[in-house]
Design a protein around this ligand. Structure first.
Ligand code: UD1
Ligand code: UDP
Length: 362
C-alpha cells in the first residue's frame, strides 16, 4: 500500500479537487488530505467542504495574511513532515499552495503529480503562470485537461507521464448541479429573474492591485450594465474588497446603482447564479469553464486566457477592462448563439485520475 498526499488550500482547489479526492479515497492506498490554509474565511473555504460533502483535511495549516513568498516558504516548512515519506504528492492548478507543494515534493525527492497541467496564458507577469510552469516542469504524472494543454507541455519538452483527462470542474458541476437546483434559493433571496442579470467575479491581482485599473474596471461594470440594461450581481472576493477599501473606491462602487455587491457565495448558489444568468463577466479561470458548460456567454475581463478553447468555440471573449471594449464584448456575447460544445470533458476526470494514479503506484 502506497501513501498519497494531496495538497489543497484555495477555493478553486477545494472545488475542483473535491471529486478527485473522493475518487482517490476509494483506492487501495493511504490518502492524506492536506490544507495549506491559504484561504481561510468561512465563505472562501469551509462552505465548500459543506456544500460538496468533502471530508475534513487530515492536516490543516494556517497561513493567514502572509505575502506570496512567505505563503510558499511557510507551506514548505509546515507540510514537510506530512510529505517526507509520500509515494506520490498531488497538487492542483496554479496557486502559491500549488508551487509550494511541487517544490517541497521534489526537494524531498518524492514523486509529484499535477492536476490541470499544461494550461498557459503565455503571460509570465501573472503569478499563476509561473506557478503552473514550475509545477509542470517538476511533475512525474501530469493530468492535462485538453489536447491544447498537452501540446503546451510538449512545447516545453514535457512528454512523459502526460494524460489528457478533461477538467474536474465538470465532475464537480455535474455531481452538484441537481442538488444546487433543489437546494439553492439564491435567485429568490436576491430578487433575481432568470436571464435578467449578469453575474460578475473579479479578483485577479493584475486587475485589482492598482487603483487606476480597479477604478477603470468600475467604469466598465457601469457601462456593461447600461449596455445590457441588466443589473450585475457581484460576489466580492476578499482581495477585491480589501483593495476597494484601501484605494478609497468603496463609495464609487456603492454609487453604482446596477452593481449589486454581495459576499462570496457558496458553491451551490454560484452554480445556480451562473446557470441562470444572461451573461457571465469574470477574470476567474473556473467561471470561464463553468459558463461554457452552462451555455451562458462569458466576457473575460483580462487581456489573455489560459482557456483558449472557450475563445475558439465562441463561449467566451477577451475584453480586458477598457470600458468601450467591455461594452462591445457584452453586446456581442448577449447576441451569441449558445450552441458551443463543452471542451472540458465528460465529468469522469476524478475517476480517470484515480485509475492512472493506481497504475502509477502499482
Ligand atoms: C489566489 C490565487 C489565484 C486564485 C485565487 C482563487 C495565488 C498566487 N493566487 O489568489 O490564482 O485565482 O486564489 O480565489 O495563489 N483573503 C481573505 N480571506 C481568505 C482568503 C484571502 O481575506 O479566505 C484576502 C487576504 O487579504 C489575502 C488576499 O485576500 O492577503 C489575497 O489572498 P491570496 O490567497 O494571497 O490570493 P488570492 O487573490 O486569493
Ligand atoms: N465560486 C463560488 N462563489 C463565489 C465565486 C466563485 O463558489 O462567490 C466558485 C466558482 O463557481 C468556481 C470557483 O469558485 O468553481 C472559481 O474560483 P476563483 O474564481 O476563486 O479562482 P480561479 O478559478 O480564478 O482560480
Amino acid at each position: 500500500m502506497g501513501r498519497i498526499v494531496t495538497i489543497i488550500g484555495t477555493r478553486p482547489e477545494i472545488i475542483k479537487m473535491a471529486p478527485v479526492v473522493k475518487a482517490l479515497d476509494g483506492l487501495d492506498h493511504e490518502h492524506v488530505l492536506v490544507h495549506s490554509g491559504q484561504h481561510y474565511d468561512l465563505m472562501m473555504d469551509r462552505i465548500f467542504f459543506r456544500d460538496m460533502h468533502l471530508r475534513e483535511p487530515d492536516e490543516q495549516f494556517e497561513l493567514k495574511e502572509q505575502p506570496p513568498h512567505l505563503q510558499v516558504a511557510t507551506t514548505i516548512r509546515q507540510v514537510a513532515d506530512v510529505t517526507k515519506d509520500a509515494d506520490l504528492v498531488i497538487v492542483h492548478g496554479d496557486t502559491n499552495t500549488t508551487v509550494a507543494g511541487a517544490l517541497l515534493a521534489k526537494k524531498q525527492e518524492r514523486r509529484l503529480s499535477h492536476v490541470e497541467a499544461g494550461i498557459r496564458s503565455f503571460d509570465k507577469t501573472m503569478p499563476e503562470e509561473l506557478n503552473r510552469i514550475v509545477a509542470d516542469q517538476l511533475s512525474d504524472v501530469l493530468f492535462a485537461p485538453t489536447a491544447t494543454s498537452r501540446k503546451n507541455l510538449e512545447q516545453e519538452n514535457v512528454r512523459a507521464g502526460v494524460h489528457v483527462v478533461g477538467n474536474s470542474v465538470i465532475d464537480a458541476l455535474t455531481q452538484n448541479l441537481a442538488i444546487a437546483e433543489k437546494k439553492s434559493e439564491v435567485l429568490a433571496r436576491l430578487g433575481l429573474t432568470r436571464r435578467r442579470y449578469i453575474v460578475l467575479t473579479f479578483h485577479r491581482a493584475e486587475n485589482v492591485d492598482t487603483k487606476e485599473r480597479l477604478a477603470r474596471a468600475l467604469d466598465a461594470f457601469e457601462g456593461a450594465a447600461d449596455e445590457a440594461e441588466l443589473p450585475i450581481v457581484f460576489p466580492i472576493h476578499p482581495r477585491t474588497a480589501k483593495r476597494l477599501r484601501e484605494f478609497g473606491l468603496e463609495k464609487r462602487a456603492a454609487a453604482l446603482f446596477s452593481l449589486r455587491r454581495i459576499e462570496p457565495t457558496g458553491y451551490l448558489d454560484m452554480l445556480v447564479l451562473e446557470k441562470e444568468a444572461a451573461l457571465v463577466m469574470t477574470d476567474s479561470g473556473g467561471l470561464q469553464e463553468e459558463s461554457c458548460f452552462f451555455h451562458v456567454p462569458c466576457v473575460t475581463l483580462r487581456e489573455n486566457t489560459e482557456r483558449p478553447e472557450t475563445l475558439e468555440i465562441g463561449s467566451n471573449v477577451l475584453a480586458g477592462t477598457d470600458p468601450a471594449q467591455v461594452r462591445a464584448a457584452v453586446r456581442r456575447q448577449l447576441a451569441a448563439k449558445r450552441e458551443w460544445p463543452n471542451p472540458f470533458g465528460d465529468g469522469t476526470t476524478g475517476k480517470q485520475i484515480a485509475q492512472q494514479v493506481a497504475a502509477f503506484l502499482g
